[in-house]
Design a protein around this ligand. Sequence first.
Ligand code: AMP
Ligand code: ZN
Length: 490
Amino acid sequence: MKDGLQLYNTLTRKKEPFEPLNAPHVGMYVCGPTVYSDVHLGNCRTFISFDLIFRYLKYLGYKVRYVRNITDAGHLEGDRDEGDDKFAKRAKLEQLEPMEIVQKYTLGFHEVLAMFNTLPPSIEPTATGHIIEQIGMIQEILENGYAYEIDGNVYFDVEKYSETYNYTILTNRNLEDMLANTRELGGQNEKKGRLDFALWIKAKPETLMRWASPWGEGFPGWHIECSAMSSKYLGREFDIHGGGMDLAATHHTNEIAQSEACNHVQPARYWMHTNMLTVNGVRMSKSAGNGFLPGQLFTGDHDLLRKGYSPMTVKFFMLQAHYRSTLDFSNDALDASEKGFRRLMNAVSLLDKLVPTERTDEQESFNIEEIKANCLKAMNDDFNSPVVIAELFEAVRIINTVYDGKGQLSATELEQLKQLMNDFVFDVFGLKDEDSSNIELNAVLDMVIELRKAAKENKDYATSDKIRIGLQSMGIQLKDSKEGTTWSKS
Ligand code: AMP
Ligand code: ZN
């Protein structure tokens, strides 16, 4: 298929034409959530970015098999195979069985992603459902000589692997530097090399999630699940492998190593990484304590929030940044996105009210085909959604101009405009019109706030108070600040 799509490949550090192994089929694997707690907004950014990629590939006509796993076992707190098991720790805290934790947070994850109107993946395999495949892969790695067993633990031998393969292919780091920057192994540690990582971990007496294996009872290391599940459902070589940027240095580096040690091939042709959502420049994460839950964002129930924002406002805010740029969270940026999204949806709703007529010579002519070509060009340029949004606002301007009687569209142009909005706003971006009464309420409240501001400027405090108290009695709270007035539902 010649569609001109170029995507940035972390592996080669450049944009490359997209050439699937088996077009029109495309295999895409994305590392899913670790379901021991609620997903935060940063996690959602990564999954919304890959939803955009999935949707656009489908829009281009590819038949995409999108596999996104659920990590429900084998994730220890430390990044070097140490610390408590995240699921067991949470299970104790909530006094639940570990699989109840898994079920609870998997359901929560699905609910949140449905609110963002993301499409479900084609396959959503779990680590616990693929223990046999993981054991099989570890056995092959052992047979090929790239792993060793010590007292019920199996470790990947990075030094041995590096004799034939390049362990830093994804990050382009220097192996010597990596070794120098990696802590010494403690006296208790039985690993041979500092960079070695666990493929299988021996169960302690208190370990709750455990399975029988050729090396005794235990559980798989975190990285092996993705190698086992991606090759099972997409083959040893597939097209796209994705995840957040924070996964490249360890998790994805180790995935490549495992797949090469087992299958002798680098598993994915294109490695794609999304950038982080930050708060005041700091990566949003649970450990930094700045991890908003999507629910808090929707209700406004968080110290850092001036008010609540709807799921589509938040999604629009994310689409206004390119997936490889960092995106910093701020109330002001969300306020701007709320207004922008409302303008976009208002214009879409006006489309049905426009009546086509032939243009008179002196009226502005509109080139809808050019807007569409620009949208495609931007999406083909590594999924550049912010440029598409700028183009869509040109379409919004046209709709408003015609609606105001200052321009005309022919029947063909009107059809093209409807198709354009339908394709990009709904199909590719996956936005949807939220409760229209809410959109109207927003618009009415903005107007009332403007009237109150004018009353205050005229020193008509009786009217401004009447507005504030009147809204309060309806459960709407106004908040004045340097930046202006905002409202929230009390
Ligand atoms: P986890 O559940 O921690 O394994 O994370 C699930 C996905 O969210 C991974 O692909 C992470 O890279 C991604 N992620 C974590 N924090 C952020 C963030 N602040 N911004 C964007 N993506 C993130
Ligand atoms: Zn993974």
